[in-house]
Design a protein around this ligand. Structure first.
Ligand SMILES: Cc1ncc(COP(=O)(O)O)c(C=O)c1O
Length: 424
């Protein structure tokens, strides 16, 4: 149908809204617990890197001309080698850096672009995708936009429950006549719940994907921001690089320079990079140059500062919630940026409360609703059938990454008191 100026927009524009998290950016509040914005970035280090680079470019105009130019779609070899080294040494990703296997690493414009391109290259309308409930909305919304049928799986404090994933595969075969194409998980300090999947479940998820030929997308956005040692990535089980698309991002562990990195099965990588070639041609070489220096010489120092500080913020938030929030449940993350809270009262509407009460009191969080797909299916309680998906409006995601500990203590206590007035 044409709009008032006669333009006939494509059909998705009528049912997909602007990202609910992006939409919240317009509010400027004193107590900010909304987007996953990193609050601890070594800005001096980045300023020094850029100053040194500026000198280098003046001395070496040929290099400058190359760096200010188009480059390979999947990233510059020198940067991919640096990333491959870190993925091998720190995370145990099974690539042999000494044997040219750095070529298995690619970069994208944020890991968001990799998520989008993976969906774009694997999903035809009607294809089935399995996600946890709740799940990262930056994955859910493009999945729906591209016509994917989402089946959401119950989660507990250890993340997605593998037995239900297996059941969902069978229900998908029965109802839709097809095996799902993708299982999506954020195993380390999930967005939005903050939970971490233990090794036994990681192995079970990998085995399910192996036995049904599904691609497992392991989104490890928060893998470096860990307060204690985490289980190994699921990707470590994928010795032949056939089953798991492993995604990382510089956004949380370096700076939001819009660079994500990934190790994907070769045939998947080929299609994703084909897509990226049309989406943005390539990622800025200048940005890769800056990040290359950071990953070669500064990340360990930076993480030594950032991780304890994020942990302090998390503790400040958890303590203030426990002291002031009304009856409900919260998660207890061991890393990442988020705590998830669910009111005991199922009819509490956290979105309405935010608009009517929290924002006027200078507080912002993300209501839980957008972390459930706008259309899709939940498993029934016995796991043998499907029902239309239903968001839980009595939930919220509270981010501790951006505000300082005292601002967290103060604002969360205020929020807790306001919630108690409403709900007790
Ligand atoms: C789980 C998860 N995946 C992917 C992203 C996208 O990150 P970026 O595009 O900045 O790399 C985010 C951002 O918040 C996230 O939380």
């Amino acid at each position: 149908m044409a709009d008032k100026d006669g333009y006939s927009f494509s059909s998705w524009t009528s049912f997909i809204e602007e990202s609910q998290i992006r939409a919240l950016l317009k509010y400027h509040v004193e107590y900010y617990y909304a987007g996953g914005k990193p609050g601890i970035i070594p800005t001096d280090t980045f300023a020094d890197i850029m100053a040194d680079l500026s000198e280098t470019y003046k001395e070496n105009p040929k290099m400058a001309l190359e760096d200010f130019n188009y480059g390979p779609t999947g990233g510059q070899p020198w940067f991919l080698k640096t990333l491959a080294r870190r993925l091998c040494d720190v995370r145990g990703i099974p690539i042999d850096c000494d044997d040219e296997e750095w070529e298995l690493v690619s970069i994208t414009n944020g890991s968001q672009q990799a998520l989008y391109a993976l969906l774009d290259t694997l999903i035809d309308p009607g294809d089935v995708i399995i996600t946890p409930s709740p799940a990262y909305l930056g994955f859910l919304v493009p999945a729906v936009k591209l016509g994917g049928r989402i089946i959401t799986i119950p989660t507990d404090l250890d993340g997605i429950i593998p037995e239900y994933v297996e059941k969902a595969v069978h229900v998908s075969k029965m109802k839709f006549g097809k095996v799902p194409d993708i299982l999506y998980v954020v195993p380390d300090s999930d967005n939005p719940k903050g939970t971490t999947i233990p090794m036994k479940r990681r192995k079970a998820l990998f085995d399910i994907c192996e036995s049904h030929d599904m691609l497992l997308i392991e989104d490890s956005a928060y893998a470096e921001i860990q307060f204690k040692k985490n289980p190994k990535p699921i990707k470590t089980l994928d010795k032949e690089n056939k089953r798991v698309a492993y995604l990382g991002t510089t956004s949380k562990e370096a700076a939001v320079l819009r660079v994500g990195y990934s190790v994907m099965p070769t045939n998947v990588r080929e299609q994703v990079l084909k897509d990226k070639g049309y989406l943005d041609l390539c990622t800025s070489t200048l940005v890769q140059r800056i990040l290359n220096e950071y990953y070669m010489n500064h990340i360990d120092e930076a993480m030594k500062v950032a991780i304890p500080e994020y942990e302090k913020r998390y503790k400040a938030m958890a303590k203030a919630m426990d002291a002031s929030f009304p009856a409900g449940k919260r998660t207890d993350p061991t890393g990442g940026f988020f705590i998830w809270w669910e009111s005991e009262k199922p009819d509490f509407n956290s979105k309405k409360f935010m608009m009517d009460v929290a924002i006027p009191n200078d507080i912002l969080y993300v209501p839980g609703g957008p972390f459930y797909p706008i259309t899709g299916y939940d498993l029934t309680d016995n796991g043998n059938d499907l029902k239309p998906t239903s968001p839980q409006p009595n939930t919220m995601r509270l981010g501790y990454s951006y505000a300082e500990p005292d601002v967290i203590s103060e604002g969360i206590e205020k929020l807790g008191n306001l919630l108690s007035e409403e709900l007790d």
